[in-house]
Write a new protein. Structure first.
Length: 247
């Protein structure tokens, strides 16, 4: 289900915008990453709860069957996870799918080790102990995905962009006296957008200035969609969005 969710979001993100959805369905990839992270955390909670119950009420474990089935799981999930390795750092949606597969592979590995140990020692408490250990590792890896995807849903600045550096860069452009109403957010797990007001008292810059600025924002900060409003700084008609506390 996690893979289908990631694939469906990638498909929707490529759909063209409409009059009603002017950004298309790009944000679906962010929602998929958030839902995948939530699913993993919920699943880990279920595994941990079951493991705790087994400490108090241990069940007989068919060690050899566990080893065989889990070994197949390791092979399938590891091969599948390797397909997503290259894109996991640049796309939060792909990272969600990768974590799903890597988590399944880790669980299967833990199950194999526990199965071998149970066959040799007959220590059935190893089953829930390994479950808790694997669950802890998965939660640690998934929590960052959950935080990042939640931040993007809330229109936070994407993790790879430093907003103060963007503001400083814009304020240092020739002719720019003031920068305000700066907003940076994620349109998808791979695309960032920006809106800003630039005050240029010497007059409106040429289109070449704006085109070059958008090009440099893309190259330096990875911002694909920049909307820039030019103001002349007329004190009789101040911009209502200039104060920092106004959104």
């Amino acid at each position: 289900m996690g893979l289908l969710l990631a694939w469906g979001a990638s498909f929707l993100a490529r759909r063209q915008p409409t009059l009603r959805r002017t950004f298309g369905f790009r944000r679906s990839s962010i929602l998929a990453a958030l839902i995948n992270a939530a699913f993993l955390l919920i699943a880990c909670g279920g595994i941990a709860w079951e493991a705790i119950q087994r400490f108090y009420h241990p069940d007989e474990v068919a060690g050899q069957t566990v080893i065989f089935v889990a070994a197949i799981g390791i092979a399938i999930n590891t091969i599948s996870a390797l397909m997503f390795v290259s894109g996991r750092n640049s796309d939060l949606n792909i990272r969600g799918a990768f974590l799903h597969l890597a988590a399944d592979a880790a669980v299967s590995l833990g199950v194999v080790l526990a199965g071998i140990a149970i066959v040799v020692t007959q220590w059935h408490w190893l089953d829930p102990a390994v479950s808790l250990g694997v669950t802890t590792i998965i939660v640690i890896g998934t929590w960052q995905l959950f935080r990042e995807s939640f931040d993007l849903v809330m229109d936070a600045v994407p993790a790879g962009i430093e907003p103060l550096a963007v503001r400083t860069y814009l304020s240092e452009r020739p002719g720019v006296a003031q920068v305000h109403d700066l907003h940076i957010w994620a349109m998808s797990t791979t695309e960032a957008a920006l809106t800003v007001h630039l005050v240029t008292p010497d007059g409106h810059p040429e289109d070449e200035f704006l085109a070059q600025l958008c090009h440099e924002l893309h190259d330096h900060f990875g911002i694909e969609h920049a909307t820039i409003q030019i103001e002349l700084g007329d004190s009789d008609r101040p911009c209502a969005l200039a104060p920092e506390h106004v959104v």
